[in-house]
Design a protein around this ligand. Structure first.
Ligand code: CA
Length: 230
């Protein structure tokens, strides 16, 4: 069914949420502050967090950010105050899955919880990308090629995923820069060549006869889909 962490400093609201979730059969863990929430998250399996924004100490936004870093894949529903539309926007930009506006009724809240968990289950079912002898577990961010696990940095991982997701099409250096470093990055496209070189070394790929990453001269790179299409 799912384990839910409820983070709310107002006791009456927290208890109200907890009672309703328990009634629906969910496992519930409680926290009154952001710090407490992060501590509980480290020792308890949690599928979804109901997270109030206004908290003493670190606020809901900060908790949301840290959850993305420490426990990516955990769903988050933000609790926002009525009339604070910017809260919703910031929350969703920070990676929250949904929001519920206070005051809310328990039927609405549990309906949102169930909808988010359904989406999460669907996402987890296709978390593995398998192409040629490469397997990518997008939830754990683990890559194996030719039966060997690769120890990739974040950027190398994102770069490889981008090439694979493009399905053998050419990815230009500019696209790679924009997607991996953002449009405000003033670096050189040579940065990409360096990352490609390291990625190839880890893959054991020979650029003159590539099995995984082919250079498209003057344009960028592409993933080699078939053994003989280079
Ligand atoms: Ca509060």
């Amino acid at each position: 069914m799912g384990n839910i962490l409820v983070v709310e400093d107002e006791d009456s609201i927290r208890e109200f949420i907890v009672i309703n979730l328990k009634r629906e059969g969910f496992g519930v863990i409680e926290a009154a502050t952001g710090e407490e929430a992060l501590a509980r998250l480290r020792v308890n399996p949690v599928d979804l967090i109901i997270l109030d924004i206004m908290l003493p100490g670190i606020d809901g936004y900060e908790v949301c950010k840290r959850v993305q870093e420490e426990r990516p894949g955990t769903a988050i529903i933000m609790l926002t105050a009525k009339g604070q539309d910017t809260d919703k926007v910031i929350g969703l930009e920070l990676g929250a899955d949904d929001y519920v506006v206070k005051p809310f009724n328990p039927v609405e809240l549990t309906a949102r919880v169930k909808a988010v968990l359904r989406r999460l289950n669907r996402k987890q079912r296709d978390q593995k990308i398998q192409i040629k002898d490469v397997t990518i577990d997008t939830e754990k961010r683990r890559v194996t090629a030719n039966g060997k696990p690769l120890d990739l940095t974040n950027k190398e991982y994102e770069l490889f995923l981008l090439l694979i997701e493009t399905g053998g099409g050419v990815v230009t250096r500019e696209e790679i820069l924009n997607k991996l470093w953002g449009t405000n990055f003033y670096g050189d496209t040579k940065t990409i060549d360096v990352h490609i070189r390291r990625l190839r070394e880890k893959l054991g790929d020979d650029p003159s006869c590539p099995r995984y990453i082919a250079t498209v001269w003057g344009v960028g790179y592409r993933f080699v889909m078939e053994e003989d299409d280079v």
